[in-house]
Design a binder for this molecule. Sequence first.
Ligand SMILES: Cc1cc2nc3c(=O)[nH]c(=O)nc-3n(C[C@H](O)[C@H](O)[C@H](O)COP(=O)(O)O)c2cc1C
Length: 231
Amino acid sequence: MTGAPTVIDAERGAHTAGAALRVVVVNGSPSQKSKTMGLVEVVLDALRTMLPVEASQVDVYRLGQGFTGATERDDVTPEIEGMLRLAENADLLIAATPVYRGSYPGMFKHFFDLIDQYALANKLVLLAATGGGDHHALVLEHALRPLFAFFQALTVPVAIFASAGDFDGVTLLNPRVHGRIEMALADVTDLLKARATGAQAPADAGTGDGTSPSSDHKSRGPAARKQYDAA
Ligand SMILES: Cc1cc2nc3c(=O)[nH]c(=O)nc-3n(C[C@H](O)[C@H](O)[C@H](O)COP(=O)(O)O)c2cc1C
């Protein structure tokens, strides 16, 4: 598939179009019946009970030659450019992937290789992964979180992992993982509230005296960061 990203629920849950939280899932699984997406479905269902949500999904394995053949942003087709912008403009990015060889799949990384270096600065990113067993659960901390640290994104402190034994097929059963999802989403809503009211959430907190990252470059947008890094 090289068409538009799957729009999961463009209208569902929104009081007004402007009020819906734009959630974009970047899916690193090639599977049609995917445990990773089974996990994400539970996350989105729980999020919809808390907020109006407009969710879209980019399946990196289905983006085709316009994606796999591009090594730089200038090389991508307009269609792929649209997918990249969708992710760059999300209110909440969900980075969800199976573990492959102790890390994320190459195709998942390729998508982020094409994302603008500063476009995810300060963006809320929720990390989720599935693996065959629990041995590689720390892929979230050792591979995914550093990737988004490069982008200066604001990763949600609680990341979500599930392994084969937590599922019946692609249906997530383990209540411990459901609890983890609730914890992660409590962080998401707290951070969103703090942003909306201008209050300082722990992850955003600075000294307020102009010397901390929060009160200097961190609380500004991508353009300010670019300038700061170049200085
Ligand atoms: C090429 C490949 C490499 C894998 N490497 C690992 C691994 O290193 N660690 C692990 O726990 N599971 C590994 N797995 C298992 C998948 O991570 C696991 O089955 C995952 O839940 C599949 O997700 P999906 O159903 O969303 O595609 C691998 C699977 C494949 C196909």
